[in-house]
Design a protein around this ligand. Structure first.
Ligand SMILES: Nc1nc2c(ncn2[C@@H]2O[C@H](COP(=O)(O)OP(=O)(O)OP(=O)(O)O)[C@@H](O)[C@H]2O)c(=O)[nH]1
Ligand SMILES: [Zn+2]
Length: 205
């Protein structure tokens, strides 16, 4: 997976730049399987407007299952900034690994910088990297926190994800509007009650 392709040597570069990448999807194979899948469920894939639907479906799932590569660029914390950085409302779009149906919502991420600070766009990039794969919300939340903890080496990091699961709202229990909140804390966010409270308060403001 993408986070495993990060080269060890990249961590030694001055700007701490890490490139992530994923393998190419086999769209023709996926489209053939999608046609078989849809026809088995009684969907006609031979009308003028549906003949390309299996390929559309293959492309749509390929897109939902692939994160865009990015460089994790960090900068030296020359000013010694030591207060909490909070980024709220990062959009999350993922697929539940049980039904392969979307769950969508927002992530809130905060950290206490150590020797380096992170480019702000990279929070959204990291969320996308772990969201664009079959997931459960708990694992997604933990993976984002663990990855930032490992690659940014902050004094602490906290991640909260709030999402609505379409496998819960559109089928099965058919419970619309239920929002699931998950959180993952590391370093001072876990060890220090005041830090944890500051983070959770910042999400309410
Ligand atoms: N903990 C957790 N559960 C999830 C997540 N996404 C979906 N689920 C649940 O995973 C479960 C899948 O288990 P099953 O009982 O085998 O699936 P199912 O028979 O289709 O269940 P129903 O949805 O109740 O009809 C369901 O309860 C889903 O609501 C998630 O991110 N985290
Ligand atoms: Zn599901």
């Amino acid at each position: 997976m993408s986070e495993q392709t990060v080269p060890e040597a990249a961590r030694e570069r001055p700007l701490h730049s890490i490139r992530t990448a994923q393998p190419e999807p086999q769209l023709e194979v996926a489209a053939r399987a999608a046609r078989q899948f849809l026809e088995a469920l009684g969907v006609d894939c031979d009308t003028p407007s549906t003949e390309r639907s299996p390929m559309r479906m293959a492309r749509a799932y390929a897109e939902m299952l692939s994160a865009r590569p990015f460089e994790l660029t960090t900068f030296p914390n020359d000013e010694g900034y030591d207060e909490m950085v909070v980024v709220r409302g990062i959009p999350v779009a993922s697929l539940c690994e049980h039904h392969l149906l979307p769950f969508t919502g927002v992530a809130h991420i905060a950290y206490l910088p150590g020797d380096r600070i992170l480019g702000l766009s990279k929070f959204a990039r990291v969320v996308e990297m772990f969201a664009r794969r079959p997931q459960v919300q708990e694992r997604l939340t933990k993976q984002v926190a663990d990855w930032l903890d490992e690659h940014l080496a902050p004094r602490g990091v906290g991640v909260v994800v709030e999402a609505e699961h379409s496998c819960l709202s559109l089928r099965g229990a058919r419970v619309g509007g239920a929002v699931t909140r998950t959180s993952a804390l590391a370093g001072l966010f876990r060890e220090n009650d005041a830090t944890r409270a500051e983070f959770l308060d910042a999400l309410r403001a």
